[in-house]
Write a protein of this length. Structure first.
Length: 342
């Protein structure tokens, strides 16, 4: 059930549902989250079930304020405090050492925990009300089925996870891709997942360089045994992730043009084309969408564009490879994973 324009009373009711161990989907500035009381292991189990996600993949715990970080995390290094002060509320998740015994299920029983204060006003209000009811953190992965495209609108959540779920509509997520994840649990900052907030902007504040550990796990080495060897786990790092139903091909400009010009129309073939070059194509065979020229704008519409292609019934989506520039890192990361899914 989607709650349109939730009032404070609606948010109170949603917080009460969380307190009672139920799930609530809510908007954030990055993507929509599927929330549960982070300290209720039973409720957190429901999140894993609903998403179809292996329950040793840890969830991000959303908190209302910086003070609450100390409830969930310990030995917070000074550089993590600097990042919190500068970038929270915002699209930055920090992996920290976990307070022993706290939020076991949310953390996938790892010794670390991922924390974030989102900046979406409705998420902040919900977190504040929930905190007053004794729910100190809301564990929330993106509100999609495991491995699929993340939702950036309330209606996407309803399509993914069913009408029965309580969904707070806070409009379209304005960032559109998931938060940047920095591991702060190993003595130095390490980028695990790129997002809109770039390493460069974090480095400028820290006066320190940020290592990268964007391991390209292939389906072969993502077997449970191989995954155990990779700590900490970040499911968004699986090479095949963020997948629409249609097969995605990521092609550089030349390869795309060549493919288009040599394509022999097949009966009933319908192909989505997402390209920054303006193209005039036969609309019986091709569904063309213009790709925004700016990385930020492209990120905003990335997941909804993939969804729209699926909805239109295309069998393949041919995407023009965006520039390999720092500001495109988050978008390129999602596109690469979407194209590896089939
Ligand atoms: O923008 C976002 O981060 C969104 C919104 C809802 O906040 N959430 C999100 O959650 O993307 P999810 O579960 O789809 O991705 C969270 C990522 C996963 O890849 C998970 O493995 C990683 O964060 N993560 C969470 N806790 C971790 C930990 N303790 N160690 C390493 N990775 C962790
Ligand atoms: Mg996700």
């Amino acid at each position: 059930m989607i709650i349109e324009h939730p009032s404070r009373a609606d948010l109170l009711q949603a917080a009460q549902s969380l307190k009672a161990g139920k799930l609530v989907a809510f908007p954030t500035e990055t993507v929509y989250g599927l929330g549960a009381d982070a300290e209720n292991d039973h409720a957190v189990e429901l999140v894993f079930k609903k998403k179809g996600r292996p329950n040793d993949h840890p969830l991000i715990v959303h908190i209302a304020d910086m003070h609450t970080a100390e409830h969930f995390a310990c030995n917070i290094p000074p550089f993590a405090n600097v990042l919190m002060k500068q970038f929270w509320p915002g699209a930055l998740t920090l992996i920290l050492q976990r307070q022993p015994g706290i939020a076991n299920a949310s953390s996938g029983h790892q010794s670390t925990i991922g924390l974030r204060i989102p900046s979406h006003p409705m998420a902040l209000e919900l977190l504040g009300i929930a905190k007053n009811l004794g729910v100190l953190g809301i564990a929330a992965p993106s509100a999609n089925r495991f491995g699929r495209v993340s939702p950036t609108q309330a209606v996407h959540v309803a399509e993914e996870l069913g009408e029965g779920l309580l969904i707070l509509n806070g409009g379209a997520s304005h960032i559109g891709i998931e938060s940047t994840i920095i591991d702060c649990s190993r003595g130095q900052p390490i980028l695990l997942r790129p997002g809109q907030l770039s390493s460069e902007s974090l480095e400028q504040v820290l006066h320190q360089s940020i290592a990268q550990e964007l391991i390209d796990e292939t389906p072969e080495n993502s077997s449970p045994k191989a995954l155990k060897a990779i700590t900490p786990k970040v499911s968004g790092r699986l090479l095949a992730h963020y997948a629409p139903q249609a097969k995605v091909l990521l092609l550089d400009c030349q390869a795309l043009e060549q493919r288009l010009s040599s394509y022999m129309p097949q009966p009933r073939a319908f192909i989505g084309v997402w390209s920054a070059s303006s193209l005039v194509l036969d609309s019986k065979t091709f569904l063309y969408q213009a790709m925004p020229q700016r990385a930020e704008v492209c990120a905003q519409v990335l997941f909804s564009t993939l969804r729209a292609f699926d909805k239109a019934g295309v069998q393949e989506i041919w995407i023009e490879q965006p520039p390999f520039a720092p500001d495109w890192l988050g978008v390129n990361d999602r596109l690469k994973r979407a194209s590896h899914a089939q």
